[in-house]
Design a protein around this ligand. Structure first.
Ligand code: ADP
Length: 454
């Protein structure tokens, strides 16, 4: 079977769908999107959903001081000064415009700005819809309404090159082999490879995680199809890869977000009932510290102040359901909580008391935490067991600020664009929590514009 469109997009996660909508907004008449899974969404739909962007109005209402410059600096420094400053500037300068763009397409935002774990600052915008579902629903609805043809169960295998230009894709659908021709270009949006532990290990060298410190039994938060297809397809036609040794572990597998994915109103304890890290630290900092604790695990402790009347968690999940599944433990006192999770009650009570004194003085004599919420003192109390899981791969196809994929001489490969986790260079050696959603929206939009010559 042969098909043709102006724009062909590989991957139906947040980046691919943002690119599809953007291509139409920039004049495309026909877009075909190939998604190898049976449903859209990829890692985006299972993400916590936090979107980092300086949001002047909402942050002002909460008394949060912030600036785009600060977002740029924290992204660069949080990434251990490895990321490409030009790409970081594009990310941070355009993040808020992405927030309003999505709102214009019908996405609803929560009122409060938070600080998702590893974000390093209170600038995480959060959708009303649970997890990442709001992004996928909003964008797929918008793009489909404009005519985007979405082919599910259709796996792209190979880019077609003619006279040095990418002109299409070879793919296999549920019952046919497909050749999909792209008149203007192909946008690679296949995500990373954190569901492919062999590929992760193959590239590990001198990053935060190495072949030595990565636990052999590490699990992944990713959708099963996030195995590096796009990186391999790009590499096969001469694309340059960057930062492939840098991976991110999330200190919580996706089924263990618990009552809150934010840093405020929570602290972390090890199985001795003691704090061991600053909760507002970078994700790699928390994960490396967790490796040193008993069983390589910790508990996030919350109280009922953050539980709304409808018992929805911050990521929009049903708390009762999480408690029933045993993923969150609820107790009427700290003594009862300690008993239920098997940590010494005296230690937990003492840690809580000390922590609450730090909340009052907004200073942490033990670990130097800076982001504060309220005291944790209102029963019932909650504990969520967490541990590091393979989450994000920072490396991938090297792009420029227009999302053109570069070859080994840093020259754009005509007809090939990339956006989202398949690309490398933005997040350096450690991605800030909440920067991935900003990345897929900002660069997905740019890819849709660039492919249309805008
Ligand atoms: P991003 O956040 O960068 O958008 P996601 O993980 O959300 O990344 O989405 C990537 C999508 O690409 C997933 O839905 C995944 O199933 C899809 N995908 C990966 N490899 C292929 C492939 N070879 N052909 C088609 N779709 C693919």
């Amino acid at each position: 079977v042969e098909k043709t469109a102006e724009v062909v997009i590989i991957g139906g996660g947040g980046a691919g769908l943002a690119a599809a909508e953007s291509a139409y907004e920039n004049g495309a008449k026909s877009v075909i999107l190939l998604e190898k899974a049976a449903t859209l969404g990829g890692n985006t739909i299972r993400a916590g959903g936090a979107y980092n962007a300086v949001n002047p109005e909402k942050q002002k209402a909460q008394g949060i001081e912030d600036s785009i410059e600060k977002h740029i600096q924290q992204t660069y420094e949080g990434g251990h000064k490895v990321g490409n400053m030009e790409l970081i500037k594009v990310l941070c300068n355009n993040a808020y415009d992405g927030v309003t763009w999505l709102e214009g397409l019908g996405l609803q935002w929560q009122d409060k700005i938070g600080s998702v774990v590893g974000s390093m600052w209170q600038r995480s915008n959060q959708t009303v819809a649970p997890l990442g579902t709001g992004y996928i629903e909003t964008l797929s609805k918008a793009a489909t309404a404009k005519g985007c043809e979405i082919l599910l169960d259709t796996k792209a295998n190979e880019l077609i090159i003619e006279n040095g230009r990418v002109v299409g894709v070879k793919a296999e659908g549920p019952d046919s082999i497909l050749t999909v021709k792209a008149e203007k270009g192909v946008i690679m949006a296949t995500g990373g490879y954190a569901a492919n532990p062999e590929m992760v290990r193959q590239y590990l060298s001198d990053g935060v995680y190495t072949k030595d410190n990565l636990p052999a039994d590490v699990v992944s938060t990713n959708a099963p199809g996030i195995v590096g297809d796009g990186i391999k397809m790009g590499e096969a036609i001469g694309a340059q890869l960057i930062d492939m040794q840098h991976i991110q572990l999330l200190p919580m597998p996706s089924d263990r977000f618990g009552p809150s994915i934010n840093v405020e109103h929570s602290f972390f304890i090890n199985k001795e009932g003691k704090r061991f890290v600053k909760e507002d630290g970078a994700r790699d900092e928390i994960c490396l510290a967790t490796f040193e604790q008993k069983d390589g695990q910790y508990f996030m402790i919350n109280d009922s102040k953050i539980i709304p009347e409808n018992r929805k968690t911050l990521s929009g999940e049903d708390l009762n359901n999480l408690i029933e599944k045993g993923l969150v433990v609820e107790a009427n006192s700290l003594d009862e909580l300690a008993e239920k999770i098997g940590v010494p009650a005296d230690a937990l009570k003492k840690t809580t008391e000390t922590f609450n004194s730090y909340v009052a003085s907004k200073s942490d004599a033990d670990f130097g935490r800076k982001v504060w919420g309220e005291k944790i003192d209102k029963a019932p109390f909650y504990a969520t067991l967490r541990f590091p899981a393979l989450h994000h791969t920072m490396g991938g196809l090297k792009i420029n600020t227009k999302t053109e994929v570069l070859d080994k001489n840093d020259q754009p490969i005509p007809g090939l664009y990339a956006a989202g986790e398949v690309t490398g260079g933005i997040h350096g050696a450690n991605r800030l929590g909440g920067n991935a959603i900003a990345d897929i929206i900002v660069f997905g939009r740019i890819a849709g514009a660039t492919v249309m010559g805008k």
